[in-house]
Design a protein around this ligand. Structure first.
Ligand code: ATP
Length: 137
């Protein structure tokens, strides 16, 4: 059984979509094994998105991700990493398949409602950014 890391981003929290997204996750067979509502600090966001440092969208991305509360969560399922990327859809909602979270709910490329780890190793790193082992059930 695999775990992946998920963020319900500020645009989705602001539009009261926490329940909608969690319902989709549970219906897809994910167990939510850790979850909290937080606001990232600038250094949290710079560290979390470290691989994008230097790219033109890095500053706006950090600004946006720290702009309001987010939900961070650990999701458990068979093949959780790939399975979540599939139901999340492409980064740009205009390219996301019908029925995916981003196609149905996202506002734009930057305000794209949710994040899911892109590999097992990034899942482990990202979970460690926000959760102690004792907070994961
Ligand atoms: P996430 O990591 O949030 O699941 P992703 O893996 O689909 O998204 P990444 O390439 O890791 O995409 O980019 C991280 C986030 O940075 C994206 O979700 C998006 O919000 C933002 N982003 C990426 N590329 C761009 C871009 N060209 N313009 C604006 N924002 C971007």
């Amino acid at each position: 059984i695999e775990q992946t890391f998920s963020i319900i981003k500020p645009d989705a929290v602001a539009r009261n979509l926490i329940g909608t997204i969690n319902a989709r996750l549970e219906a897809a067979g994910f167990q939510i094994v850790a979850m909290k509502l937080i606001q990232m600090s600038r250094s949290d966001a710079e560290n979390f998105y470290g691989e994008h440092q230097g790219k033109p969208f890095f500053g706006p991305l950090v600004e946006y991700m720290t702009s309001g509360p987010i939900v961070v969560q650990v999701l458990q399922a068979e093949n959780a990493v790939l399975k979540y990327r599939e139901i999340l859809g492409a980064t740009n909602p205009e390219n996301a398949a019908a029925g995916t979270i981003r196609h149905d709910l996202a506002e734009s490329m930057s305000r794209n409602s949710a994040h899911g780890s892109d590999s097992l190793s990034s899942a482990a790193r990202e979970i460690g950014c926000f959760f102690e082992q004792s907070e994961i059930f």
